[in-house]
Design a protein around this ligand. Structure first.
Ligand code: XIL
Length: 381
């Protein structure tokens, strides 16, 4: 079910690395190490979301990490509706074109994120009331983007975050104006424009049984109706404790049983306090009353060793379960390249210092990087 884009290319790179390592008498420890992407290359794609600075060449250090460590990219913001079509039929392709160009140049598995989403939507879409008008805009958006990057983008997040926690459909402008079958309608529209691209439904909190059940009901309905869907994207904005490894495993098993693959599309692990036990990733959530509160921002000058170790261990446990079920997983993507640029420094409280990724604020690999690279890739189910 999973397709690896250019296994021959990756095998060649791997072979080349081995050759160089063996041939050289002075092999330093770091140059003999495999990259993260290469380490998992036979199991799933591994990658990162990249921001506009990286795409436009303004952050060459991030680009170097992405190109040397990963084999898939996602656009953190550049393909979202508010940026790419800010006003009716006025498209801004500058960053998106560069993004796709970067992926092609480096032989990456290229993800499009996201066609239909209630957040980061252009203003003109927010308050539409007319269904024909809404449909026309959605159709134009899909036609324009999907055809422009046809044969280049490998997978689209077609719809993002359409379900509420109780499994009901979110009352978005799309739902209100296009009706309860709008998700299936936009999947069909996307397939029509590019029949070969993978189509993903993406959401957060899928470790919660009610929400997951609703998404998987939808998948089964699509299958019964002959509507194409390739995978479920699990956002994976998690923390040091939640969700449990058992809960993560259950997501993989259930999505696979519904007949599609799993992609972990937005992995990051927050290490900061979450006293309100909020889960998920609703981007408009904002606890401004806690801004500047030192209790909410305990590590402004660096992560203590014991937390650093907890993070490394947590990442290793998560990747162990990914490896165990890698036959059901297409891709694992970190939501960002390095800690300083992570959206979790500002969400859900602005101005904190978070440490959710594998590379630190100086672009150096963290203990979590090493612990992921040490995961035994032979323990597949
Ligand atoms: C986030 C970006 O990382 C931020 O830069 C932006 O301000 C808000 O959106 N779920 C998603 C992603 O699907 O698109 C969101 O990305 C994080 C939550």
């Amino acid at each position: 079910m999973k397709k690896l884009k250019k296994p021959i290319f990756l095998t060649f790179i791997c072979g080349l690395i081995c050759f160089i390592s063996c041939a050289s008498k002075i092999v330093s420890e770091s140059s003999s190490k495999l990259s993260l992407g290469t380490h998992f290359k036979d199991l799933f794609y591994l990658g990162a979301a990249i921001n506009e600075n990286t795409i436009l060449g303004l952050d060459p250090k991030s680009a170097t990490i992405v190109n040397s460590e990963y084999n898939t990219i996602s656009p953190e913001n550049s393909l979202k509706w508010m940026f790419i079509q800010p006003s009716p039929n006025k498209f801004n392709f500058k960053a998106a074109d560069k993004y796709v160009e970067m992926g092609l140049k480096n032989n990456m598995y290229i993800v499009g994120h996201a066609l239909v989403w209630h957040n980061q939507l252009a203003d003109f879409m927010q308050n539409l009331e007319n269904s024909a008008e809404t449909r026309a805009h959605v159709e134009n958006h899909i036609n324009t983007l999907v055809s422009r990057y046809k044969g280049k983008i490998d997978a689209w997040d077609v719809v993002n975050e359409a379900f509420e926690e109780d499994g009901s459909l979110r009352a978005s402008v799309f739902y209100k104006n296009m009706g309860k079958n709008y998700i299936e309608e936009v999947f069909r529209k996307t397939e029509k424009v590019d029949p070969d691209v993978d189509l993903i439904y993406n959401d957060y909190n899928l470790y919660k049984p009610k929400k997951r059940a609703a998404v998987l009901e939808m998948v089964k309905k699509f299958k019964a109706n002959g509507t194409k869907i390739n995978g479920v994207g699990v956002q994976a904005h998690w923390d040091l404790k939640s969700p449990s490894i058992e809960e993560i495993e259950q997501i993989i098993l259930d999505v696979h049983a519904a007949g599609v693959y799993v992609s972990f599309t937005e992995l990051d692990i927050s290490v900061l306090p979450n006293p309100w036990e909020m889960v998920g990733a609703e981007v408009t959530q904002n606890f401004s009353q806690f801004e500047g509160d030192p209790k909410m921002n305990p590590y402004p000058n660096g992560l203590p060793d014991n937390i650093q170790e907890k993070l490394a261990k947590r990442y290793q446990e998560i990747f162990n379960v990914f490896v165990k079920h890698s036959d059901k997983i297409n891709r694992v993507t970190f939501w960002g390249v390095m800690d300083k640029h992570s959206w979790l420094n500002d969400w859900p409280i602005k101005g904190r210092t978070n440490y959710p990724l594998l590379f630190d604020r100086n672009y150096n690999p963290k203990p979590a990087y090493k612990s992921v690279l040490e995961v035994n890739t032979d323990q597949q189910n």
